[in-house]
Ligand binder design. Sequence first.
Ligand SMILES: *Cc1c(COP(=O)(O)O)cnc(C)c1O
Ligand SMILES: [Zn+2]
Length: 413
Amino acid sequence: MAKKFSHISELVCPKCDRKYNPMEIQTLCSCGTPLVASYDLEGARETLTKESLKNREQTMWRYHELLPVTDRKNITTLGEGMTPILKSERMGGKIGLKNLMVKDEGRNPSGTFKSRGSASGVSKARELGIEAITIPTNGNAGAAWATYTARAGMDAHIIMPVNGPSVAKREIISAGANLYLVNGTIHDAGDLADRLSESYGIFNVATLKEPYRLEGKKTMGLEIMEQLNWEAPDVVVYPTGGGVGLIGINKGMRELEEMGLYDNNITRMVSVQASGCAPIVKAFDEGKEESELWENSNTVAFGMKVPKSLGDFMVLDAIRSTNGTAVEVTDEELLEAKKEMGKSEGIFMCPEGASTIAAVKKLVESGDIDSDERVVVINTGSGLKYPNLVEVDAPIFEKGQEIILESLEEAGQ
Ligand SMILES: *Cc1c(COP(=O)(O)O)cnc(C)c1O
Ligand SMILES: [Zn+2]
C-alpha cells in the first residue's frame, strides 16, 4: 500500500469530545467550540523522521504527514514557511540574555506568518470542493487569504474595518479579491461575514471557525524544533491576537514530542499583548479560564487587536500547562523595541513582533527568564507592512552640495 500523504484522523472538540470527519466540510462543534485536528502519530512517524526531513522541500509542506491535505495535488503554495531563526546577540546582550533568537516570519510570501494558515486553509478548502470564502480581518489575514485564494483560483470576499491598514487593502485588491469595508471593529466585520455566509452559502473562514488555519500555524512549532536541532528552547514568546499561532506552536511541539522526535519538552509559552487590548493577559492574571470582551481596544499593533478570541480558553490552557505567562506592553515600549531591533540587529520588525522584545526585557528584569535560557521570539511579520510607523527625518541637500559631518564619530570612524 502506498504511504499516506497526511495522517489526519479526525477533528475533535476540546470541550465536549465530539468527533467529526475531516473529509467533509466542518466548522464549529455543535456546542460552539472550535474543532482541533488530530493525527495518527504512530503512522506519521513511519515516514516523518529526522532523516527523511533532510531531503525535503524548504517549505512548511515538508511536514505533510502532520498537515490536513490528503492529496498532494490540492496543495496551494507560494513557498511559505522555513523562515530563518536569527540569533540576536547584540540585542540579547543589552537585555541580559545569552541566547535570544528571532524566528523571522516577515519572510513569508504575504509578509506575515498568516501565509501559513491561509496556505493550509485554502488547500484543504480546495480538497473539500469549496469555491468561495469570506473572512473578517484586521488586515494581514485578509491579505494572506486573498493571496492564496488567488493562487488556488477561488473567490474571496474580505471584510475589514474601514480604518484598517492601507497596505493590506492594496494587497487584497491586487490579488483580485472583493474587499468590503465596515464602519466598526473586527467583530462588526465578523457579523457581516456571518450574514454573507448565511445568505449566499459562502464558506466562512473566520479565525477558528474553520479548523485548518491552526494546522498551518502549527508548522512554526515544527520548524523551531527541527531548526534548533531537536533541542527544545526554554521559552517561546508570541504576540497574541486570536492566539492561534501560540496554540499552534504548542500543538506542533506536542505532536513531535509524542512521536518521539525529542523528549522532555518544557518550553514555556509566553503570550504578549498590547496594553490597549490585553484580554488574555487580564484573564491569565485573574486565574480565569476564558477572557472577557475588551472594550475600546486600541493599539498600533493591529494584528493583536482582538477584543475577544474564540480560542481564548485554548491559549490560556497552553500558557498554564507549559508554566508560561502572559505580559502586556505599551505601544510606546513596543515601538521603542522595534527601533532598537532595527538598529542593533538589522531586523525590521512589525510592531507585534517587537512587542515580544519589550516583553522579554520585562521578564528578564523580573527574573521570570534566566540569562542563560534559550528564548525564541516570533517576529510575526515584516516591518515593511507598516510603513507609517517609521518617521522620515532626514536632511535634504542640493545637487552637488557637499555633506559635512560634524565629527569622526558621526562618520563611524
Ligand atoms: C494576526 C497577527 C498576529 C496575531 O496572531 P494570532 O495567532 O491570531 O494571535 C500577530 N502579528 C501579526 C503581524 C499578525 O498579523
Ligand atoms: Zn463540542
